[in-house]
Ligand binder design. Structure first.
Ligand SMILES: [Mg+2]
Ligand SMILES: [Zn+2]
Length: 222
């Protein structure tokens, strides 16, 4: 097997539910929903969507962190990460959500997984966002997952012909990762997108399906 590298989306993929979306919906009383619809239709970019959502949100730090208590990881997420650790397979989270809740949840589960995302700050009873990454012309994304994969490959001197990029996702924020990936696990909107646009993807329900696939491919825990 070629050198395997695993990239995973966070919201609705590594976690069972889309935490970012639930936060914006809950703390804007649903006023963000038309914005998300416009984003899904490609009428506005992720950055426009997030900045407009931020304007609608009112939340204190206490409310924010107690809301996060209600979320769990996807079944098998911890097990897949443990296997990757054991086999020296890089495991990286790529998200178009916010470090604010991603890092909180990863700390809660004691998972020191590197993650690349947009930045969020709890300020003045609301949320403020920053976009620290250069997306090299991609107008679609807040933090472009395709660009993050390319940067990772360059930074770590990875020989692309000797490596296999495995990507796991569930939504339209994952689509720029598809051309950079060799093995795609998809569900939800991402699976539909793959079907319509000719990307061959493996349908999965949770991370145990991916574990099983990797074990069949010869990457076993033993
Ligand atoms: Mg997602
Ligand atoms: Zn992009």
């Amino acid at each position: 097997m070629k050198k395997l590298i695993i990239f995973s989306d966070f919201d609705g993929t590594f976690t069972a539910k889309d935490i970012g979306n639930r936060i914006f919906t809950h703390f804007s009383n649903g006023r963000n929903i038309p914005l998300v619809d416009d984003w899904k239709k490609g009428l506005i970019t992720s950055r426009e969507c997030l900045l407009k959502e931020a304007e609608l949100v009112s939340v204190s730090p206490t409310e924010f962190y107690s809301f996060l208590e209600g979320f769990e990881l996807s079944p098998g997420a911890i097990e897949l990460y443990a296997l990757a650790q054991k086999k020296n397979v890089p495991f990286i989270i790529l998200s178009d959500g916010l470090d604010l809740y991603i890092e909180h949840i990863l700390r809660k589960y004691n998972l020191p997984i590197p993650s690349f995302s947009n930045r969020g700050y709890l300020e003045n009873g609301g949320l403020r966002f920053e976009f620290p990454y250069d997306n090299n012309g991609c107008e679609r994304c807040g933090s472009c997952k395709g660009e993050r994969i390319k940067e990772f490959i360059l930074k770590h001197n990875i020989e692309r012909t000797q490596s296999q990029i495995l990507y796991v996702g569930d939504g339209l924020s994952d689509i720029c990762a598809l051309p950079e990936s060799d093995i795609i696990f998809a569900r939800g909107d991402l699976l539909n997108y793959c079907h319509i646009n000719g990307f061959s993807a493996i349908e999965y329900q949770n991370f145990f399906d991916i574990l099983k696939w990797l074990q069949n491919a010869g990457l076993t825990a033993g």
